[in-house]
Design a protein around this ligand. Structure first.
Ligand SMILES: [Fe+2]
Ligand SMILES: [Fe+2]
Length: 468
């Protein structure tokens, strides 16, 4: 075992010692980097993105019907074939509107942690791979945002604009305003005053005492972020959106992962959860793409192809996450009690994102029933369904508060993800049982629990709507 203070020297001896120590992992990393740099999946995604227009892709399904909004609900059964087709396209648009939030976070953490590895020396290929991944994510984000935006605009554009005018003074705006006043995450970092800088100073002090005093140095990238006063702009959306005090939590994690080599490696256990969450539903697009190809189908929808090539690009990223999370950390000094605590707490908190299943979006686990109810309440009043407010409420209750096939699909996929994560985390020595067995995630085990919670939320939602 080599202390981080020793391996921070950039002498030839220490570099070759590091190379020897990481031999097994570095073989995998070198192979992945070689395959990734020789692949053209990102370029294909760029082309598909550039040439996409909704009209040319509007007449066919982009996946099996089960990957459609509201699939399995009584409303889906009653929907016309054109409504079902639109729900299939909107599912793609909604799922891929969320992915950029996570990938933007990945871009920042890739750079923060690569800078730690680069300071240590001996991890050149890994740093090159992480740089390549960061560039790839920027093209992925562009494609997802553009295709999702054009799809939503084509299917909902006009009526949604009317709706947003109509809801200018509604309760959701009022709640948002209050939330903005009390939520630290909305404070503009450039105008941050003493109130917002105190928690940051406390985090900075914690990093100093717990990590820097043990011989670790904040990475160059982290120092640059701090110099530019951009450190406060940590990502707080996507898979981390459910974290308590999410801005402070993410700031602490950024500081810690950008200072301790062990925690820099641990970040990839968190990234692995995000990789697996994505893979859990994106793989169905891969199967559908292959099915169309095998059937010699003349037309391959562009969004299906984007999913397929994104999955291939992401396979490289997933293997890197797995290699660092399961192997690379072993070559650094054993974690201190503080590092072990931060690592375990971060996995524990990530499990909060996996503690529920959605009733109306198959394969989605993040608990956001209240905002989803509002979104679908609006959707049912667009030209797609053309319902009145009363009709929309009636159908919402049927979809959210009664058992239907959609629940089973999502619960099965939740179970599938749980099994995969337990297998992946079982060999990570420093994790607490609650984390390697994903006990918090495992607490979602029956439809009834979800329905009971939805009934309570729906009662609240119906009251709010009635008072508008
Ligand atoms: Fe990506
Ligand atoms: Fe990725």
């Amino acid at each position: 075992m080599v202390r981080s203070t020793q391996i921070s020297q950039t002498s030839t001896e220490s570099i070759s010692a590091n190379e020897r120590l990481v031999n097994k992992s570095s073989k995998v990393i070198k192979n992945i980097f070689r395959d990734n740099i020789n692949s053209n999946y990102t370029e294909i995604i760029q082309e598909l993105d550039k040439n996409f227009d909704y009209a040319s892709n509007s007449n066919c399904y982009w996946s099996e019907p089960e990957q459609s909004l509201l699939y399995g609900t009584p409303l889906y059964q009653a929907a016309s074939s054109s409504q079902k087709l639109a729900l299939n396209h909107l599912y793609w648009a909604m799922q891929y509107s969320k992915v950029p939030l996570d990938e933007a976070g990945t871009m920042m953490f890739n750079q923060v942690t690569a800078s730690v590895f680069s300071t240590l020396g001996g991890f050149e290929t890994l740093c090159q791979e992480l740089d390549l991944e960061t560039t790839q994510e920027s093209y992925h984000i562009h494609a997802f945002q553009r295709i999702s935006r054009l799809t939503k605009k084509a299917l909902l554009g006009k009526r949604l604009t009317q709706l947003s005018k109509k809801t200018n003074n509604d309760w959701s705006k009022k709640i948002l305003k209050v939330w903005q006043q009390i939520n630290l995450s909305t404070i503009n970092p450039r105008t941050a005053n003493l109130f917002s800088s105190l928690p940051y100073l406390l985090l900075r002090y914690t990093n100093k005492i717990m990590l820097e005093s043990k011989g670790n140095q904040p990475s160059k990238y982290l120092q640059e972020l701090e110099k530019k006063n951009e450190f406060l702009n940590v990502p707080t959306d996507g898979v981390v959106s459910q974290l308590p005090f999410r801005r402070l939590t993410m700031q602490l994690l950024t500081l810690n992962c950008g200072t301790s080599p062990f925690l820099a490696c641990h970040y990839y256990a968190l990234r692995l959860i995000a990789n697996m969450m994505l893979k859990n539903w994106e793989y169905n697009y891969v199967l559908y793409f292959r099915k169309l190809k095998n059937n010699n189908t003349e037309f391959l929808p562009a969004p299906t192809a984007v999913s397929y090539f994104h999955f291939l690009d992401e396979s490289f990223h997933t293997t890197i996450s797995k290699t660092i999370a399961q192997e690379l950390y072993k070559f650094f000094p054993k974690p201190t009690a503080y590092e072990r605590f931060v690592a375990n707490m971060s996995i524990y908190l990530m499990q909060l994102n996996l503690k529920s299943v959605s009733s109306v979006i198959p394969y989605r686990f993040i608990k956001d029933d209240f905002s989803l109810m509002f979104l679908f309440y609006q959707l049912l009043q667009t030209s797609l369904f053309d319902m009145s407010a009363t009709e929309a409420l009636y159908w919402l209750e049927k979809c959210f508060c009664q058992e239907h096939e959609g629940f089973n699909i999502t619960l099965n996929s939740h179970q599938h993800l749980l099994t995969n994560l337990c297998q992946l985390f079982g060999c990570i020595e420093y994790l607490w049982p609650v984390n390697y067995e994903m006990r918090l995630m495992n607490s979602v085990n029956n439809t009834n629990k979800v329905i009971q919670s939805n009934i309570q939320t729906f009662k609240l939602f119906a009251k709010f709507v009635a008072h508008q």
